[in-house]
Ligand binder design. Structure first.
Ligand code: C5P
Length: 415
């Protein structure tokens, strides 16, 4: 199990074209992460890019030749033809111009073909994604904006630069996003024709928080990791994804719409609103069955007469899945509903009972007593039970892999 592998990126050939920006150092990390994820990364460097980083750096992290000039032969690696500027583009899955300078974008917008990058961009038939990076307000210039608009109109994907501090010390929009964001965009483009293309999937994540005063709440050990991984897997399959989450610390997968919530009641409201036009709901959240009967307006203080302790009365929360079931029985929507069963005993019995009671199509049962699975772990050991009585026992795998298997089942159920 190699946690850095990403199924969508496995065996993809990516052309990473880097231009003369200080942000080239971030492209080294990107090349490394894409390679670890399983892609073959062919790097093209402009002359200016080589002022910032040497070709050997990219060659070291990708294990492949780096291309620096137009007349270079494609030797020693598997390209479809020996003419580098044709061979690189031929059969590539994606070309990323990351970071892209104002100069390179101007050239591409006008179809110039005077170096390996610009010739390859003309020859490539794969999606092209451009991540501009430049200092000192050059991105905001009308000329740059016009070139960006031309490239988008022609079908290029844009990764917007971020606001922040430049190498010059100035502050503005023009910074290249971090690797995880860049990879998130690349995944969205590569996954666009996936099995869930055109579908909307709602995923819930994290443990609900039930407040009893303005600073204290009751919750559980759920980290939200499984839910976030499910959102990413649905995005990789081409879905539109809404992530209803109590977790604030995990990075939101690129392309997911986040609906932050705290309590079970908030989550219920959000689920009902978001599933109105959804194809599938995956309830990975660990929902509190009880909440404090009242919430104090002010922070509860110690006092002289509380030596016997403080009693917090709990009342039952609504069951979100039961509520969804009631609506679904009437409207038929969402078509597919998946639940989770985290159990410390009689796993299958409890899971089967929940599947039936909550009207689920599929339930992912996991034994929370295992140390390598369940809450907070990066791995999970899950059994998938469906409403027709079939059982699929998944071996120990990353939460990302578990998510892919669940999302595959969702796609099958949607037909
Ligand atoms: O009944 P239990 O909490 O074990 O059921 C687990 C499944 O039901 C999970 O998918 C969880 O998200 C969902 N659930 C719910 N509303 C609750 C409690 C759990 O939708 N109040």
């Amino acid at each position: 199990m190699r946690p850095e592998r990403i199924t969508l990126l496995e065996n993809k050939r990516i052309i990473l074209a880097v231009t003369g920006s200080i942000a080239v150092y971030k492209a080294v990390d990107l090349a490394s992460k894409l390679t670890q994820a399983g892609s073959a990364v062919d790097v093209i460097m402009t002359e200016a890019a080589q002022k910032f980083v040497a070709p050997i750096t990219f060659q070291s992290v990708t294990g492949r030749s780096v291309y620096t000039h137009l007349w270079q032969a494609a030797s020693g690696v598997s390209l479809p033809t020996h003419i580098a500027h044709v061979g690189l583009g031929e059969g590539a899955d994606l070309m990323g111009i990351i970071p892209a300078t104002a100069n390179t974008m101007a050239k591409l917008a006008h179809g110039l073909a005077d170096d390996l990058l610009s010739v390859t961009a003309l020859a490539a038939r794969c999606p092209v994604v451009i991540a501009p990076a430049m200092d000192g307000g050059m991105y905001e210039h009308t000329a740059t904006q016009a070139n960006v608009a031309t490239l988008i109109e022609r079908g290029a994907y844009l990764i917007e630069p971020e606001e922040g501090r430049f190498a010059s010390g100035l502050v503005g929009r023009g910074r290249l996003p971090e690797t995880t964001t860049l990879i998130g965009h690349i995944r969205q483009i590569l996954g666009r024709d996936g099995a869930l293309q055109g579908r909307k999937v709602v995923v819930t994540a994290g443990g609900t928080r039930e407040a009893f005063d303005p600073v204290r709440f009751i919750t559980n050990h759920s980290s939200g990791k499984q839910g976030y991984a499910l959102a990413q897997a649905a995005l990789d399959a081409g879905a539109r994804v809404t992530l209803i989450s109590t977790t604030r610390t995990l990075p939101v997968p690129v392309g997911a719409m986040l609906v932050p919530v705290d309590s079970t009641q908030d989550m219920l409201d959000a689920v009902l609103a978001q599933t109105q036009d959804a194809d599938a709901l995956v309830m990975a959240a660990a929902v509190s069955d009880f909440r404090p009967a009242t919430k104090a307006e002010q922070k509860i203080k110690k006092s002289a007469d509380d030596s016997a302790g403080l009693t917090v009365t709990l009342v039952r929360n609504p069951d979100i899945l039961q509520t969804v079931k009631a609506r679904r029985d009437a409207t038929g929507s969402p078509r597919v509903v998946v639940g989770f069963a985290a159990e410390s005993e009689n796993l299958l019995e409890h899971a089967q009972d929940k599947l039936r009671r909550k009207g689920l199509d599929l339930i992912a049962a996991n034994d929370i007593t295992a140390t390598d699975a369940g809450f907070a772990a990066d791995t999970n050991r899950v059994i998938l039970l469906d409403k027709d009585g079939s059982q699929e026992i998944l071996e120990l795998m990353t939460k990302a892999m578990v998510s892919e298997r669940i999302i595959e089942r969702v796609a099958l159920l949607l037909g």
